[in-house]
Design a protein around this ligand. Structure first.
Ligand code: KG4
Ligand code: ZN
Length: 339
């Protein structure tokens, strides 16, 4: 019997719904919230209000695009956490009511596990290759930076993580310091393409084991620009591409040196990246280079499955359904990471 799972994602500022037939994606619809650009970051109260406005049209469109009626759904999977509580509550409440109304199972999904399991989403032609367990995943998003040993779909061990800021947050903060709008990560990526990554150098952290730190880099970038602007008020405008390329290179150096260390220490050569920052073109091309240099088997998600999306929630729901791992109506969303 084919399983049809509706996935719902509302952990931050994207309202997303997707339908999957087993592990094959049928639709993946996302409404982004432009309102936050005005404030230079996500405003939680505005995010939850926008989710309330978007959720019904987004789910309606996802079902329509998948060309299935809601009565054919086998289960509803939703992001339980981590994320912004108000935003999570909108998706969770809708998912619970929808599953109850249709009398089908409810499945709760951990957002970070879902970013990783996005690698198992298949297209209609089922041609994409998927990682083999155990693999290493560098999960890099706006809120998290982790190296995870993925032993099985739901047997994951975090072996390294940031002790302060996340990689995506560092991209966004560096962009904000340069006067670029939120979210700055994609803009830094775009501008970096024409800049010189070796023009400026910034301090790199000295953190033990496989953990990361980015707060020192952010401060060093801020002070560097403050000093240059004293001499030349047009310094940022005149050097934007080189600044973007240099800060991006520093962030990627920090990420990749720890990933290489993790691969060496664990002996795992099956390497994946996940999360919003895995959309970064510099990270993607440096990983391709490592595929050759280190003999790694590299897995880079399609762009649609890098930033927050419900397809990853739906596929995680599919694997949980196979395990009969269903949720309760009384499960409360959680803001902070756990798995
Ligand atoms: O996974 P995601 O959509 O949301 C969270 O779970 O946090 O990640 C969003 C983060 C933001 O910080 C955004 O700036 C960053 O991913 N991001 C990028 C790129 N695209 C998105 N950072 C660098 N280069 C990109 N191309
Ligand atoms: Zn995310």
């Amino acid at each position: 019997m084919q399983l049809y799972i509706l996935g719902i994602e509302s952990s931050c500022d994207d309202t997303s719904a997707a339908v999957i037939a087993d592990d094959v994606i049928l639709s993946n619809i996302t409404a982004s919230q432009d309102i936050h650009a005005l404030f230079g970051g996500v405003v939680p109260e505005l995010a939850s209000r926008a989710h309330q406005q978007n959720i019904i049209p987004v789910i309606h469109t996802a079902l329509q695009k998948a060309n299935i009626s809601k009565n054919k759904l086998s289960a509803v999977a939703y992001t339980r956490g981590p994320g912004l509580l108000g935003s999570l509550l909108v998706g969770a409440s809708f998912a619970k009511a929808f599953a109850m109304g249709l009398n089908i199972p409810l499945i709760e999904v951990n957002h970070l596990q879902a970013h990783i399991l996005a690698h198992f989403i298949r297209g209609a032609e089922k041609s994409n290759s998927v990682p083999v367990f155990p693999f290493l995943c560098l999960t890099v998003s706006g809120g998290h930076t982790q190296i995870v040993v993925v032993k099985d779909y739901f047997d994951m061990q975090i072996i390294g993580q940031t002790i302060d800021d996340a990689a995506g947050e560092t991209f966004d903060k560096a962009a904000k310091i340069m006067g670029l709008p939120y979210p700055g990560g994609p803009l830094v990526d775009k501008l970096a393409a024409t800049g010189n990554p070796d023009r400026f150098s910034f301090s790199k952290p000295n953190v033990p084991a496989l953990d990361f730190s980015f707060s020192g880099l952010k401060t060093s970038f801020l002070y560097f620009l403050r000093d240059r602007l004293k001499e030349n008020e047009h310094f940022i405008d005149q050097n934007k591409a080189d600044l973007c390329a240099s800060i991006q290179k520093t962030i990627l150096d920090i990420l990749l040196s720890k990933l290489e260390k993790a691969a060496m220490e664990t002996g795992i050569r099956e390497i994946a990246i996940a999360g919003g920052v895995s959309a970064n073109s510099g990270l993607r091309s440096r990983l391709e280079a490592l595929r050759h240099d280190k003999g790694w088997n590299v897995f880079i998600p399609p762009l649609a499955y890098t930033t927050d999306n419900a397809a990853m929630i739906a596929v995680t729901g599919y694997f949980k359904y196979l395990n009969k791992d269903f949720a309760n109506q009384s499960d409360a969303p959680y803001a902070r990471s756990r798995f």
